[in-house]
Design a protein around this ligand. Structure first.
Ligand code: SF4
Ligand code: SF4
Length: 192
């Protein structure tokens, strides 16, 4: 099986990074600050890494002063029932320098190296990866659509045979295709 590093990271063209430092000044996570602190206390490595570099802005206004466009973009994407998610906090890294370079490049945690860590990563407004991430998402959507078509074809095939061995093989393929489609369920693969 191809690893995440080979399949995604190695293919991500690092030259697209504009080294603007926006992602270091405007990070957010799905958990509340209290939840991430609790995870850190329990020894969760991801939480420890995150809090080893990021500190929360004191207020939404303070975050907006740094990058209003990105804050508003993220808030809109994470609205709950059409309202601002009060649990959401924005963070900045302690090590980003005035020249937008990393102050601890060689010791930075893996999460920095992985960013943007998937085609669905939310990147700051104007990030050099925006277009590439869009095309990666489109590629995946096309693959999922093709797999859905294959499922329909298999459905027809099943109606044309009574051979148990063939039916068993078809079932295995169906399971594999369904698993692949479900991999992207949280991103809406059922509707693509
Ligand atoms: S926001 Fe995007 S372009 Fe800017 S430093 Fe981060 S990854 Fe690079
Ligand atoms: S450790 Fe460096 S790369 Fe990571 S967020 Fe901070 S400044 Fe950016």
């Amino acid at each position: 099986m191809v690893s995440y590093e080979e399949n995604y990271l190695a293919k991500r063209p690092q030259s697209l990074c504009k080294m603007c430092g926006k992602c270091c000044r405007m990070a957010t996570i799905s958990q509340s600050y209290e939840e991430i602190k609790k995870l850190e206390a329990e020894g969760h490595q991801g939480a420890k890494d995150f809090l080893s570099i990021f500190e929360p802005y004191e207020s939404l206004d303070q975050a907006r002063e740094v990058d209003k466009e990105t804050v508003d973009k993220i808030i809109n994407l994470h609205k709950l029932d059409g309202k601002y998610n009060e649990n959401m906090r924005f963070y900045q890294c302690k090590y980003i320098q005035k020249d937008n370079l990393c102050g601890r490049y060689l010791q930075r945690p893996t999460l920095c190296n992985h960013f943007p860590s998937s085609p669905w990563a939310i990147v700051p407004e104007g990030c050099g990866f925006e277009g590439w991430l869009f095309w990666k998402r489109e590629e995946i959507k096309q693959k999922v659509r093709k797999e859905k078509e294959e499922l329909l074809e298999l459905e027809l095939l099943k109606k044309k045979t009574t051979n148990q061995e063939t039916l068993k093989k078809i079932e295995l393929v169906e399971q594999k295709l369904t698993r692949n489609i479900n991999l992207y369920k949280e991103y809406g693969s059922q509707d693509w």
